[in-house]
Every structure is written in C-alpha cells, then in structure tokens.
Design a protein around this ligand. Sequence first.
Ligand code: PLP
Length: 433
Amino acid sequence: MLSLQDCQALDRADPLRVLKDQFVCPPGVMYLDGNSLGVMPKATPGRIRQVVEQEWGQGLIRSWNSAGWVDWPAQIGDKVARLVGAGPNELVVTDSTSVNLFKVLSAALAMARHDAPQRDQVLSERSNFPTDLYMAQSLCQQHGMRLVLVDDMALAPALSERVAVLMLTHVNYRTGAMHDMAALDAQAKAKGILTVWDLAHSAGAVEVDLRGSGADFAVGCGYKYLNGGPGAPAFVWVNAQHASRFWQPLSGWWGHERPFAFTPGYVPAQGIARYLCGTPPVISLAALDEGVNTVLAAEPLGGMPALRKKSVALCETFIALVEQCCADHGLRLVSPRDAAQRGSQLSWCFDTPAPQALAVSQAYAVVQALMARGVVGDFRAGDGASQPDLMRFGFTPLYIGFETVWQAVMHLKAVLDHREWQRPQFQQVQTVT
Ligand SMILES: *Cc1c(COP(=O)(O)O)cnc(C)c1O
C-alpha cells in the first residue's frame, strides 16, 4: 500500500525536483497533459518581451544578423538533436510536424523511386496519429503508391519487398505504446526499406537514439514535451547519409544554397538546411528555445536517462494508486503494463458500459469532472469497435511530482466514488478535447 507520506518521501528523494522551478505552475492545477501542450517556462515571457521590444522594436531588420535570428533554426535544432541522439548540423526546427512529415516522406519516396522503383507501398500503423496518415494518403496518391495500414503486431510480417517506406510514430498518441525503434530499423534495413519516425510523443519524454538505431528520417513536435508553446515550430532530422542526396519538394528560399543571392534557379543547400522552406517565425522560435532549455537543464542531473527513470516511476506510482484506490470501478489500463514498452503517458478505459445512458462517453465525462477539480488530463474517442474511448494522463518528469500523482488519483477516486461524472455540466462537448 502506498501512502501520501510515501509519495512525499519520493519527492524529497528526487534529484530532479528542482527543475519544476523553471515553470509557471498555476495553483490548484494538477497538470497531466504535458503530452498535448507543455507548461510555460518562467523564462518565456521575458524572452518574448526581449525579442519583441528590443530585437524587433529597436533592432528592426538588423536583428536578423545582430540578434542572430538567421541562425536560430539550426542552433535550436542542435539543442533538440542532443535529446534525440542526433549530431550537430543534422536537425533543424521549422514549420509544423505535419509539414515536416510531408517533406521527409516526399524525400523518402523520391529515394525509393530512384533506388528501388518496383516498390509501391508505404507501410504504417492503423492507429497512427491521423495527420500522419492524412499526409501519407495525399503523397501516396501523388506518387501512385499505396498506403498499407496494419495493426502493431502485424508490422514485422508486412515488411515485404513491395514496401518502400515504413512510417511510424514511435510512441502511440492513444495508448502510449512504444515501438522498439532499433529493432524495426534493423528489420526494415535488412529488407531495403526506408524508415520515417514521428517523435511527437518521444522528444523530451523518452530516450531516443536516432543515429544509433540507423533510422533514415524523423520529425517531431515542439509544443508537447519540449514546452515550446502552442503551435511551436516542429523539428526535422535526416540521416546524414541521405541529407544531401534528394530534395524535398517545398523548395523555398530558406532551403536554398544561398538565399540572399536572389538567383532565379533553385539550388538546395547542402545537408539539413534544405529542409527549411520560408522565413522562420522568430517569436515562436524564441519560445521554443526557452522550452528546449528547460529539458536541457536536466543534463547536469543525468539528462534524458534520469528524466526517463523518473517518468517511469511516476507512471508506476499512478498505476499502483489506481489499482489500490479505484479497483471496483471497472477501469482498465490500455497502455502496456511493462514500462519498457510505453512512453510517458497512461491511457485507461472503462471495461463495463456506464450504468445509465449518457449523452457522452463515461470516459469523457470523467475527464471533464476531473478538470473541474483541477486535474487536467484529456479524452480520446475510440472507434466504437476495437478501440475504446480513452482517458489519457501524461507525466512530464520536469514538473510533475509524486505528491501530485497522489492527489490526482484521490480526485479520480472521488469522481468515481461519488459518481460526479453523471452531472449534466460534465456532459457538454467542447470543440478541443
Ligand atoms: C501532436 C502530433 C502531431 C501534430 O502535428 P501538427 O502539425 O503540429 O498539428 C503530429 N503527429 C503526431 C504523432 C502527434 O502526436
């Protein structure tokens, strides 16, 4: 049995607890949604003010050089690279995850068409994040290829000589299930298949070794575990072996070899710079930089391995407390029970349908009732068939402690014990869930 005192003792023994001071944590909020939108760093408003009032307001156009704006996509990219096992000059921050996925999948398809023209399939997972599938659908249509979607367990057998690209999200947004990147990269390579990884739920949450695993392409998100703010620029990485071999089709001037030569013909920059497109969003980049700095601040305390260790401990504590306190409410853990096979989130569903007809899913209503108590998680609808409606809770080790986990589970217990979720105000459907 775990007690509040046990959780407080875990916090006292946690060498990473000092990192929470980097963030604005609204009082009374137990924020278990850093997997959707990271918390704001305290340094961000001041940095934005500096960029707006000084660098833009006073420096004006000169700040591209004097404040170094021109170098930020590469400089911040080098910082993100340290978190995902990439080298310097291999990764840039730019555009959105969706757009970057378009670029790398296009480049991968161009490579495949050149090196292995008989291959006509892109393979992915049915439960991949929708935008990834939508982008792949569009590209497959343009390239006359077929997008093949299978379940997790069927991936390995589907790696055939017809597959050009294996496109996966490393940590599943619904279940938190994590693929073995190195194993899949090795299997794909053995079959001559290129790999594209989406690290949206991985960067800043779990250890990733892009170089070591032999991946070909990767993209990832700036506003989740990297705390870059809503709509923050995303990142894109290409294995150095390929980076200069093929173009990506969004051939904007920032990806040109000499953008300020203003020549009419496009010549792509060498290396990862050709994955830039238009003028970078400087104010958003400043916020992303501060977000990435909060993760790098863990480096002297053990870095990503230490963050991962704490994330696993937080998740294990949450599971143990739910099993201890909410056992008779029909909750089922949908995320893998083995911590090595999941990322930094836990998803739960209700095994038995709610005892009375509801306007919304019980999982949705429980999430709303928790929100009213200050526990912020989120809801992801199922497909009405094999995929259940989910309550998702993300655990960001930078700013979540064990006492917060305790409190969150006690609120969950209260919501369930007192059937608070049945109240009408928790059955209003919001636009963003
Ligand atoms: C969050 C997320 C995205 C977001 O893409 P945007 O272009 O930023 O909207 C894409 N893919 C995955 C897997 C995600 O989790």
